[in-house]
Design a protein around this ligand. Structure first.
Ligand SMILES: Cc1ncc(COP(=O)(O)O)c(C=O)c1O
Length: 335
């Protein structure tokens, strides 16, 4: 169940009570800290991966919060603090129709009473995605811009929404996002030999690199095609922090957000066997890569492996053939 450790008073606080800027920072902080209780590293049954003796432990950040979920809880923390500390009167951020970042920010907008405008990639469609419908319900103002303009300079479209806006880059990246991600590992930072995570912008991987014990092996499975800038950035940072980086760039299955039948079947079977739901954009590709990492010798049975489930469950709704899994998952895990 989500947030097993949350006292009722905090849940009540989030659902009912008014929340405004005058509220003491320390109180906001206490609430965020409760959300940051580390989820357990759960021992996986090697059979879920078609393996026999692997020692894989999954960090279940898919269960850290139903809405500000997975790495988003970490990425948004310092942005929310900045909003209150520097007296911003609104937040502007960016994303696509099924963006996990937009979904998480929208929930934060409602819970922390922060005015939020999201610049959305593409023309406004006739029917909004579930993610964008939820964002509207949560009080987010949506502003659609064409794909070319979005790609070239989305920041030019931040308009006159607010007098003193806090701009959060797409996906919650930037220094505040990285800083939050340095808090993902907690006491697990030196307990494993191999650490494995996915990557989009690389913010989360940078946070892990900065907080892992020197000498750790970090395997990054990017959700995007090609090596490019992301690899260069992670590789530089790894050498500064003494981390052994392995960048596995052959598991994107055609590119960002592309999902083929094999991937969708893998997600369904994995869910049936383990009860753990993966999303097709990040964690599905990541978990599907695991057997290959063993067969190619990057991972070995004798080594203890930490595997990061970074959340993103809401995005499953964007894939018609596995949408039912998301509905079942939410029913099972929400009180
Ligand atoms: C569920 C999920 N996992 C992984 C990632 C990749 O994180 P990053 O962009 O920090 O590399 C994202 C994107 O932010 C995400 O939404």
């Amino acid at each position: 169940v989500y947030n097993r450790n949350l006292p009722d008073s905090v849940l009540a606080f989030h659902s009912n009570l008014p929340f405004h800027k005058g509220m003491k920072m320390v109180y906001i902080w206490a609430v965020l800290d409760i959300f940051e209780k580390h989820m357990p590293d759960e021992k996986a049954d090697p059979e879920w991966f078609g393996l026999k003796n692997a020692k894989i432990y999954i960090r279940r950040d898919d269960l850290n919060h139903p809405e500000i979920q997975g790495n988003k809880l970490h990425k948004l923390k310092y942005y929310i603090r900045e909003f209150y500390q520097n007296n911003h009167d609104g937040i502007i951020s960016f994303g696509g129709a099924w963006s996990n970042h937009v979904a998480a920010l929208a929930a934060a907008c409602r819970m922390f009473k922060m005015p939020v405008t999201c610049i959305i990639r593409g023309e406004r469609p006739g029917t909004l995605s579930d993610t964008l419908k939820d964002a509207l319900t949560n009080g987010v103002q949506l502003h659609f811009i064409g794909r070319t303009a979005y790609r070239n300079e989305p920041e030019n479209h931040t308009g006159d929404f607010y007098v003193n806006p806090l701009i959060i880059p797409e996906g919650g990246c930037g220094e505040h996002g990285i800083k939050g991600c340095t808090e993902i590992l907690g006491t697990s930072s030196d307990k494993y030999r191999d650490y494995i995570c996915s990557a989009g912008t690389g913010t989360m991987a940078l946070g892990l690199i900065r907080s892992l014990a020197a000498g750790s092996r970090l395997h990054v499975v990017p959700a995007i095609k090609g090596k490019g800038e992301l690899y260069a950035t992670l590789s530089n940072e790894s050498s500064v922090y003494g981390i052994d980086l392995f960048y596995h760039d052959t598991f994107h299955r055609g590119g960002y957000a592309k999902a083929d039948v094999q991937l969708l079947n893998f997600i369904r079977t994995y869910y049936q066997n383990s009860g753990i739901l993966l999303d097709p954009v990040y964690t599905g590709k990541l978990f599907m890569a695991i057997p290959d990492l063993y067969s190619t010798g990057y991972l070995q049975n004798k080594s203890k492996v930490w595997l990061y489930h970074s959340g993103g469950i809401q995005g499953v709704r964007g894939y018609e053939t596995i949408k039912d899994l998301q509905i079942e998952h939410v029913r099972k895990h929400t009180l």
